[in-house]
Design a protein around this ligand. Sequence first.
Ligand code: PLP
Ligand code: COI
Length: 340
Amino acid sequence: MVKNIDWGNLGFGYMKTDYRYVSCYKNGKWDEGQLVKDENVVINESACVLQYAQTCFEGLKAYKTKENKVVCFRPDMNAKRMIESAKRLEMPTFSEERFLDAIKKVVNANFDWVPPYGSGASLYIRPYMFGSDAIMGVKPATEYQFRIFVSPVGPYFKGGVKPITLMIPDFDRAAPRGTGHVKAGLNYAMSLHAIVNAHNHGYNENLYLDSRTRTKIEETGSANIIFVTKNNEVVTPKSDTILPSITRRSLMYVAEHYLGLKATEREIYLEELQDYKECALCGTAAVLSPVGKISDHGKDILFPSGMEKPGEITQKLYDTLRSIQMCEIDAPEGWIFEVN
Ligand code: PLP
Ligand code: COI
């Protein structure tokens, strides 16, 4: 029985569901994994994750289609990215095959928590891994847990598709040759001060610049960014210190192959922003959130699409991506993963 939840009014928050998946790594190998009911994790006080933040995670969503099928969007890409994150943090990798199998198990076990088709909500899936045994010197753990929990969610930014505002912070997100390109928990820990600061100043998010020159656009703390030029070209920053967003890579494909637009990944300078007509954040949680204003130390960049609704191209990209995700229109091969 589908849970009795006010799906249409869900925000992006944690809700305890029935089952979570756990696999433990010890003596050089992963155990076979299991579903458990207890949402609490008990680990040693000196676990590497607690002392030295040895943890990485992923985020993806499950959707219910009109035919009552449950599908995920490109989970193989999350599996691959998590392998890259684990390698960068000296953690063991969890194979793509096992990752996909675990997703199937945990989503099916929580089937009643998948929001109904048309509700606007989805089931957020959070795979994560951490060093769990006691260490003292700075070195990788020898034992790990790979876990997945799920939670029904609504829009990441309050107000749904209403345009949001960004500020250019005085803080940096990622150093050259650092960990910006992987989904390490530490990237998010160091962004907390900056996000509180942005909220205190009345902005929804921070738009980070490259830390080497502070002239180029990178991404926000929780999503990549795209812009639309006056000629309807979709452009997005090229940088090796941003997270390679699966949503962004998919949207660039959609722009080119579904909407017939030019889609370009290149370096984008802060001083170019006033030339663009639309801007939006993209990510699993953010989906495609229109941006109305970017504030750079008192200088406001106001996009012509305004503060009331998404721009025309942003809306088309959003509608097409959502229709692909909900299986309403044909998806490129391999993009839809059936769970049940
Ligand atoms: N950038 C950051 C920093 C993120 O946390 C996320 C979320 O996963 C993204 C971008 C978007 O990535 P994806 O589209 O793969 O969810
Ligand atoms: C996601 O979009 O899945 C994210 O991980 C972003 C944020 C909630 C950290």
